[in-house]
Design a protein around this ligand. Structure first.
Ligand code: SAM
Ligand code: DTB
Ligand code: SF4
Length: 358
């Protein structure tokens, strides 16, 4: 039976003296995982920039004046070439990100399905993060051989309204529920360092840990403040917050792979080592996340060697999905027009960044 966690209990954990917190998290970690194995994913931004959403942290939102160069959807052959490079560098998973609010049926989604088939046939785990999806779209992704779908809750339900006004927290939960109607695993986490309170961090962990089943993967991102976004002036979060957040996540979600995600370029080797000790057991590798820098492969290889960490092989936690070819598909596009919420309330700092001249 899954243990349920209240906000108060999570806050108490979070504020435990650090040595006790890390010891407890490390003990949970060792009970459920090999502490010297780390899952390594490579991110691939298959469609960059031009997004209609107003997420206050995101350099890819069209309305902010970041100097990001956007791209149309990559081709299947480009994606295959990048996946082969990722595999050669030791990644077991490719995570394809698209700067979309939600998936629309049509030729672009058909191409994404082909990308999923192509990477699964390379015997790598395939993850997608494409925004909101319907049940039918989740089923089509599953049939193509998708291993994981990433859809972050990002923060607490309360603080969500201060960061994004173009969609609602419930939309995120609904998409996760659609993914849960398939065999695709769920990857869902959030960002710290957006100006949220510790109560908000605990609130996010309540929401994530009470999903049933809990997500198989939980990315904890440190905000990468990008010039031109509403959160550009947020200070870099202290490593101690990251360690506490990871340790608390590990304790409340013992079986999940906790991903030490964005923000590693700001962290020392010692800081990252403490995160691994506290229960982080996956990372994004490669010198770019989606649009911002990440430590390069050589730096991460050196860190793994130093700590005696080894990359996790693909499909050790869940078996490889079968790929059904497009011609044999059991699911046709429904061309639905789902009613995802547009709350449209005013977030003053988001509005201010929209207005600022480029
Ligand atoms: N558009 C899709 C969506 O929002 O679900 C997928 C791509 S979106 C860029 C994926 C995740 O990247 C976001 O949910 C957020 O957690 C993370 N992210 C975006 N910008 C970030 C930043 N500046 N710092 C840290 N994480 C960030
Ligand atoms: C996640 O939680 N973090 C990744 C992945 N899922 C898609 C994305 C981090 C993006 C950081 C900002 C950027 O590079 O654009
Ligand atoms: Fe768009 Fe995703 Fe960025 Fe939000 S986080 S602006 S939905 S790409």
């Amino acid at each position: 039976m899954q243990q349920s966690w209240t906000k108060e209990a999570i806050l108490e954990l979070y504020h435990t003296p650090l040595m006790d917190l890390m010891y407890r998290a490390a003990s949970v970690h060792r009970t459920h995982h090999d502490p010297n194995t780390v899952q390594v994913s490579t991110l691939l931004s298959i469609k960059t920039g031009g997004c209609p959403e107003d997420c206050g942290y995101c350099p890819q939102a069209a309305r902010y004046h970041t100097d990001l160069e956007g791209n149309e959807l990559m081709s299947v052959s480009q994606v295959k070439a990048q996946a082969l490079r990722a595999k050669a560098s030791g990644s077991s998973r490719v995570c394809m990100g698209a700067a979309w609010r939600n998936v629309k049926d049509g030729p672009e989604f058909d191409n994404v399905l082909e990308m999923v088939r192509t990477i699964n046939k390379l015997d790598m785990e395939v993850c997608c993060t494409l925004g909101m999806i319907t049940e039918n779209q989740a089923k089509r992704l599953a049939e193509a051989g998708l291993y994981a779908y990433n859809h972050n809750l990002d923060t607490s339900e309360d603080y969500y309204k201060d960061v994004i006004s173009t969609r609602a927290f419930q939309d995120r939960l609904d998409t996760i529920e659609n993914v849960r109607k398939t065999n695709v695993t769920v990857c869902s986490g959030g960002i710290i360092g957006m100006g949220e309170s510790v109560e908000d961090r605990a609130g996010m962990l309540v929401a994530l840990s009470s999903l049933s089943p809990q997500p198989e993967s939980v990315p904890i991102n440190a905000l990468v403040p990008v010039e031109g976004t509403p959160l550009e002036d947020q200070p870099i979060i202290p490593i101690w917050d990251m360690i506490r957040m990871i340790a608390t996540t590990r304790i409340v979600m013992p079986h999940t792979q906790v991903r030490l995600s964005a923000g590693r370029t700001q962290m020392s080797q010692e800081g990252q080592a403490m995160c691994f000790f506290a229960g982080a057991n996956s990372i994004f590798a490669g010198d770019k996340l989606l649009t911002t820098p990440n430590p390069d492969i050589e730096q991460d290889k050196a860190l793994f060697d130093l700590l005696g960490l080894v990359p996790q092989k693909p499909f050790v936690k869940h078996s490889q999905p079968l790929t059904v070819e497009a011609a044999d598909s059991a699911w046709t596009a429904l061309g639905e027009k789902p009613k995802w919420t547009r709350p449209g309330h005013e977030i003053e700092r988001n509005k201010a960044k929209e207005r600022k001249a480029p």
